[in-house]
Design a protein around this ligand. Structure first.
Ligand code: SAH
Length: 369
């Protein structure tokens, strides 16, 4: 990615930097705009709310309820036990946010004897500070390349892939073009690139109607390629949880959120969280291409129910009757289909010899994978 020196200055106005760049060299790709904006956004603040709907810019599942991380920890422990308790084993989390998921998952896993070394992949200096307080023993990495290769990995990524920069392609009369960000006066606007992009478009979309937009996320594809390859080589299992769809749909899903409200992604670059829906169908194909087992991709509601979230909520409520209403309302936010239950998907992967499919298949199902 092209990076101007002054984008590293946290006080420089990113909008002004983009305007100067576009005036000097022409429109920039949406992926350049999104990548630089999110690096600035995450680098300088902890945007994750505490579940009160007021603090932060957005809320994530581990901040809604401890049950989310705990059930992930139980799933990882189950896979590890089925593998014959392989050692060494590493817990690896991509974009761990406040570290809450890791803390809850590792506490639950410990009850089953699973106590892996903790490796975090995180680029935000601000969030690293928060994670350091939650899990002081963790080891940090800027990307996956330095994560150990000499043992099994249990990898988790919640709302990580949706923040990676996407590319958009648009069907024009003359063929497919990349959607670029240009200027109309001082205002950022979408404009079509000059290069033909037909070769980047999946076959079934080549002849789509003029105006059709499709999205790809090369950084998410590269992440799945790397993780799937490592699972085959090193052993282990992975969970990717994000809002997304299981097959590629037409249309832009690019959006910006600030203070729990959708805002104009072009208004003030670097001050809002820029995301797009994750295309799990394409990611599953990448996993298959590496020969790695794709256990399945199901809705977050199905997965959490399959792992017994309702029984867990009842037990927690019995232990703390004064919190019973809060516990059940948090569970509702995680699993109800009009909240996070249907839009969010859980994708499970496993290396050879790592058996188990808890949450991905109906109990007692004899349907083969
Ligand atoms: N998983 C957490 C946080 C989600 S927010 C939760 O569920 O609460 C996205 C996280 O990914 C943040 O920690 C952010 O700093 C990190 N992140 C975003 N882009 C990244 C990148 N390219 N490399 C590493 N981490 C990144």
């Amino acid at each position: 990615m092209f990076t101007t020196d002054d984008t590293a200055d946290p006080n420089a106005d990113l909008g002004a930097i983009f305007r100067r760049l576009i005036r000097n060299t022409g429109p920039i790709s949406l992926s350049h705009f999104m990548g630089e904006s999110n690096a600035r956004y995450y680098g300088g603040k902890d945007p994750i709310g505490m579940g009160d709907g007021v603090s932060g810019d957005f809320i994530t599942a581990p901040e809604i309820s401890q049950m989310f991380g705990e059930l992930i920890g139980l799933w990882l422990a189950d896979m590890w036990i089925n593998s014959g308790r392989e050692e060494p084993v590493y817990y690896v989390e991509l974009g761990p946010g406040r570290g809450t998921l890791a803390k809850d998952a590792l506490r639950a896993a410990r009850q089953y004897g699973l106590e892996p070394a903790v490796h975090f992949v995180e680029t935000s200096a601000k969030l690293k500070d928060v994670q350091l307080k939650t899990l002081p023993g963790a080891i940090w990495h800027n990307d996956l390349s330095t994560v150990p290769g000499d043992g099994a990995i249990l990898l988790v990524a919640n709302e990580f892939l949706d923040a990676l920069p996407i590319r958009q392609l648009v069907r024009m009369a003359s063929g497919w073009r990349e959607r670029m960000v240009g200027l109309d006066g001082d205002t950022f606007v979408f404009t079509a690139g000059e290069q033909p992009m037909d070769a980047a478009v999946p076959g079934e979309w080549r002849d789509a109607a003029e105006g059709t937009i499709i999205e790809t996320c090369p950084a998410a594809a590269a992440t799945l390629f790397e993780v799937a390859g490592r699972l085959e080589q090193q052993g282990g299992a992975a969970l990717f949880i994000d809002y997304g769809h299981t097959r590629l749909n037409a249309g832009s899903t690019f959006q910006a959120v600030r203070r729990h409200t959708k805002v104009d992604p072009f208004a003030a670059p670097g001050t809002a969280d820029l995301t797009a829906l994750v295309d799990f169908g394409t990611l599953a194909q990448i996993v298959h291409s590496r020969g790695t087992r794709h256990i399945g991709t199901v809705t977050q509601g199905e997965w959490l129910r399959g792992l017994g979230i309702e029984a867990r909520a009842n037990r927690l409520a019995e232990q703390a009757p004064h919190l019973a209403r809060d516990i059940h309302s948090a569970m509702g936010r995680l699993i109800a289909s009009d909240q996070m239950g249907a839009l969010f998907k859980v994708m499970g992967l496993a290396g050879s010899g790592w058996n188990g499919a808890a949450g991905f298949a109906p109990p007692n199902s004899d349907i083969p994978e």
